[in-house]
Design a protein around this ligand. Structure first.
Ligand SMILES: C[S@@+](CC[C@H](N)C(=O)[O-])C[C@H]1O[C@@H](n2cnc3c(N)ncnc32)[C@H](O)[C@@H]1O
Length: 442
């Protein structure tokens, strides 16, 4: 009975579902706290009764119990694809559209800080000078656990926080503490994040704060009751900017699909990325306005672009593969959605040389879904065809950010770099494209 009462308190106050975390986990935490309070956790009810009174009257004991039941599991760059997407989104969408504004990112729950620090490192990797980055990126992070927040503020991490395959960020942004397996985060990254303690179920959490352009709320809702999930989604709805993006954990996507659909959020359709944005909030952007007027030009194929002698043979062989991959993709996607049909129409227009009309359709597709990699790619190909290399590069870059395995976009980018004499960068892109082909062939 007492266990049930305590489980209900946890449900009501912090959203924790006994079913999701396991009644056993809660029972163990309660017994541990009772022992630490010097109360008998035996079969008689007296110890439980005393503990319940203490829990009801002492804020301090309540917090200790919360610390004992929460799951602080986290690590740097958890779900790497989401951070790659974040980088592309901020660099190619957000910054150009919000000139002079401060990007506000919230990580809640942030646990011991690995998630907001990963966002800070992602921004630092964009190469924005430190002085400018300070004014341009504002990262806030909150968690119900005081212990977790304190650890985050200290910024020293053991090996379990570094789990991915690519740990190169550790060399860039951490210092190994002598004779230990612990790493201290650089002050520059540490200072990019502001930590606070907060309960997502508190209806006034972060009240009065300006809206956030990006919210990470990952790996919490899995532990929550249905009612608590709805409360969190309402809080996110209140805190997220009108054109904001919400990142969730991969197992949470199906759990909240219905709730967010009713708030008109749509999922970002990119493999490995678990994020959504509000529908119908995209604006016509200057950088996406159709700007070519070269009637009668057909879509360029990469072999028509200037290439260096030594790569020409390889390129024409690759071009055949590229063309077949592209046409396969187009035919297999034909009936997938109206967006894809619209893009197919844009492709046909481009093939007929109606480049302005094709770009107009691309623009409409991007208004519907600014993260549609096929549209960015087609726009890149069209700009390439009219020798607007800078704009073509911009669209191919976006394509690669949205779809890191886009062989054709990588190959086009390699050619553009070669054209500018940047052979080292071109070779790196080519190697990357080659690895994709090899993977697809195995
Ligand atoms: C599994 S961690 C997730 C950390 C990070 N978002 C991630 O995905 O790696 C879950 C965190 O949720 C926090 N938490 C649990 N209930 C909460 C609540 N009601 N409000 C805020 N944070 C909460 C816990 O303290 C814990 O640190």
């Amino acid at each position: 009975m007492f266990q049930t009462i305590i489980a209900s308190m946890l449900e009501e106050k912090i959203g924790l579902s006994a079913e999701a975390v396991g009644a056993d986990t809660i029972a163990k935490a309660v017994r541990r706290r009772m022992t630490e309070c010097g109360l008998s956790a035996g079969d008689d009810d007296q110890g439980f009764s005393l503990y319940l009174s203490r829990l009801r009257s002492s804020e301090e004991e309540w917090e200790k119990l919360v610390e004992a039941v929460v799951v602080p599991e986290t690590w740097f760059f958890r779900n790497q694809a989401s951070f790659s997407f974040l980088k592309g989104y901020v660099r190619f969408e957000w910054l150009p559209e919000h000139k002079g504004q401060v990007l506000r990112l919230l990580s809640i729950p942030c646990s011991t800080g690995e998630e907001p620090y990963s966002a800070a490192m992602t921004f630092a990797d964009m190469g924005v000078p430190e002085e400018i980055a300070k004014g341009r990126f504002h990262i806030e992070a909150a968690d119900i656990s005081e212990k977790a927040i304190q650890k985050a503020r200290i910024g020293i991490y053991g090996l379990s926080s570094f789990r991915g395959e690519d740990l190169s960020f550790r060399d860039r942004y951490f210092e190994r503490l002598a004779n230990t397996d612990t790493y201290k985060i650089h002050t520059y990254i540490k200072n990019m994040v502001r930590f606070t303690k907060g309960n997502l179920l508190d209806s006034r959490i972060l009240a009065g704060e300006k809206p956030y352009d990006i919210i990470f709320c990952r790996n919490l809702l899995i532990y929550f009751t249905r009612t608590a999930k709805e409360q969190v989604i309402a809080a996110i709805d209140r805190l997220l900017a009108r054109d904001g993006i919400l990142f969730v954990g991969h197992v949470e996507r199906p759990l909240i699909s219905n709730s967010i659909a009713s708030l008109r959020f749509v999922w970002i359709r990119q493999s490995g990325v678990f994020a959504c944005r509000r529908a119908g909030q995209t604006r016509q952007r200057q950088s996406d306005s159709p700007r070519v007027s070269v009637p009668g030009l057909r879509l360029s194929s990469p072999e028509k672009m200037p290439v260096s002698n030594e790569t020409q043979g390889i390129e024409s062989a690759k071009t055949q593969v590229r063309s077949s991959l592209l046409s396969q993709k187009i035919t297999s996607d034909l009936t997938v959605s109206s967006l894809d049909s619209m893009l197919d129409e844009a492709q046909k227009l481009a093939d007929r040389g109606a480049l302005n009309e094709s770009l107009e359709l691309c623009q409409r597709c991007l208004n519907e879904d600014p993260f549609h990699s096929r549209t960015h790619f087609l726009a890149g190909v069209i700009y390439n065809a009219v020798n607007d290399e800078a704009r073509a590069e911009e669209y191919f870059n976006k394509t690669v950010y949205l779809d890191p395995n886009h062989y054709e976009a990588l190959s086009h980018l390699a050619l553009i770099l070669e054209h500018r004499g940047l052979f080292h960068g071109a070779a790196r892109l080519r190697q990357r494209a080659q690895r994709i082909l090899q993977r697809e062939g195995t």
